[in-house]
Design a protein around this ligand. Sequence first.
Ligand code: GTP
Ligand code: MG
Length: 198
Amino acid sequence: FLFKLLLIGDSGVGKSCLLLRFADDKWTDSYISTIGVDFKLKYMDMAGKRLKLTVWDTAGQERFRTLTSAYYRGAQGIVYVYDITRRDTFEALAEVWSKEVEMYSTVDECVKIVIGNKVDKAKGGREEGWVTREEGETFARESGSLFLECSAKTKVSVREAFEELVKGVMETPSLMEETANKDSVKLGGFRAQKGPCC
Ligand code: GTP
Ligand code: MG
């Protein structure tokens, strides 16, 4: 089973760090803003099935928007990421990112999860203006998404977030049909993005 997952959200929210934590269990403090699109492969065993996940990590910077929009195609799982300490990144999910999904996603029943990242910073409480867990949950519910607060830095809930997302895909029959069409997904995903499923 080959799954295509996609990370989206404003620049600096921690998409690449979440992927690095999930795929390689690594962490880095340094910030190297993603240029265009990157991806990692990760194998996961779930419900007795061997799953191959291709996780696409898009650049949050606006100048790459035209390029990154092509990668929504065929994604069965979408991860919306915001930074709990930056309200603008949370508001952008409704104002920018969910609109991008509406426009470019080709998979009607794709599963979505909202991640409030950098929850490690809220250890001593949240400063005024930071996004509360309730606000995150409300947006997730309204947009038909799952929700978790995570920390790529301290590992909190990162694996769980991807597992929940994958579980959601596996529980959606139309999405499982799509993953079974392996060869075309592979060619579409890795080559010219022209395959019927990517
Ligand atoms: P673009 O590639 O520009 O879209 O940004 P991005 O969303 O990929 O952000 P990236 O993962 O590069 O992280 C940006 C900065 O946030 C880096 O300095 C990270 O070290 C920091 N960061 C990421 N995740 C966490 C986290 O969970 N906690 C804390 N404290 N810092 C984090
Ligand atoms: Mg990045």
